[in-house]
Write a protein that binds this ligand. Structure first.
Ligand code: VTB
Length: 322
């Protein structure tokens, strides 16, 4: 894929972050999300791509923009044909409540390479490159934690598992505690949770638990670029979700690996912080009507990991001014 595409994806997530950060702490998650979707969609249309949204804001009848199956880009029918997975704002509630770790995120691969995941839950386990090969979603929580500890040359009580703070995780949390590991509870954003396992300084070693399946595909793109590992099993809750999974050809017994979710050797990923986080700083408004953004950009072909800090002159981009 075009080597400049990853950097352009960074422009896309920067735009969505700048648009939604204005709503930090204002209690309106729909406004924050809408602004992110709108800005992301507009920036995509400036790129020379023939993109198809495979993970997006919902079905065509549910979402006006970035819906599943939507064609985006400036070169539809003639440019580089790619699958696009987006979450314009992962952590809508966090933004509304002024909480950390909200990001805007995009993953892309050549057409046909990203799993068309149904909008349902997925049980996941994810680790960074040093613990790759040491987890098995069918093994017990204790065994997985002990094997990761071994791979990382750490004691079990130095292992931190990131878990979404949800009642459905009560049993998981008990099992992690019984195994003797630590828990970092997050209110939202298991994409960032999964990515954090790949960066030592976050002190996160494993992601465990049930989150969104679409988020699982986005994480798979990032973890593939970073050399980590993720396994997932679809967990539809309602009959309607089960029907949808089967209709989409999904296998409810299958353990989806990274390569099942994100196939091939060409892939790019970008994420920009909206609110403050350990891995990515949030949007910061500064003097002289400027704002800074912090973006992680990944490219599988070369394995390059870029952190880009940008300063935006809001006089020239009035749509992002507070
Ligand atoms: C997670 C989390 C997301 O959805 O995937 C979660 O990473 C799963 O759904 O940020 P529930 O909220 O129903 O638990 C989000 O919270 C929102 O997309």
């Amino acid at each position: 894929m075009d080597r400049n595409l990853p950097v352009n994806l960074g422009r896309v997530t920067e735009a969505a972050s700048l648009a939604s950060a204005k709503f930090l702490g204002q209690g309106d998650k729909n406004k924050a999300d809408g602004a992110a979707v709108d800005a992301m969609r507009r920036m995509f249309d400036t790129l020379n791509i023939d993109g198809t949204v495979v993970i997006g804001e919902g079905e065509m009848d549910e979402a006006p923009m970035l819906y599943i199956g939507e064609n985006i880009g400036r070169a539809i029918g003639s440019g580089l044909a790619i699958d696009i997975a987006v979450d314009p704002l992962d952590g809508t509630l966090s933004v509304a409540n002024g909480l950390p770790n909200a990001i805007s995120v995009v993953g892309v691969a050549p057409k046909g390479c990203l799993l068309h995941a149904p909008d349902t839950y997925m049980e996941k386990i994810a680790v960074g490159p040093k613990a790759k090969g040491s987890v098995d979603i069918h093994k017990s929580v204790k065994e997985n934690i002990e094997n990761v500890a071994k791979a990382l040359h750490k004691d079990v009580d130095d292992i931190t598992v990131v878990v979404l703070d949800r009642p459905r995780h009560d049993k998981l949390i008990k099992e992690i505690r019984e195994a003797g590991a630590r828990i970092k509870m997050i209110s939202d954003g298991d994409v960032l949770g999964a990515i954090s396992t790949c960066f030592d300084y976050t002190n996160v070693d494993i992601l465990m638990g049930i989150g969104g399946a679409p988020e699982g595909v986005i994480s798979a793109v990032a973890l593939k670029c970073l050399g980590g590992e993720q396994q997932g099993i679809l967990k539809p809750v309602t009959e309607e979700q089960k029907r949808r999974c089967i209709e989409m050809g999904a296998d409810l017994e299958k353990v989806y690996t990274i390569d099942d979710m994100a196939k091939g050797n060409e892939m790019s990923f970008a994420a920009t912080g909206v609110s403050y986080g350990e891995l990515l700083q949030g949007v910061k408004y500064m003097e002289n009507n400027t704002a800074s953004t912090h973006t992680l950009i990944l490219r599988l072909e070369t394995g390059t990991i870029r952190f880009i800090e940008s300063i935006h002159k809001l006089d020239k981009k009035p749509e992002y001014a507070k």
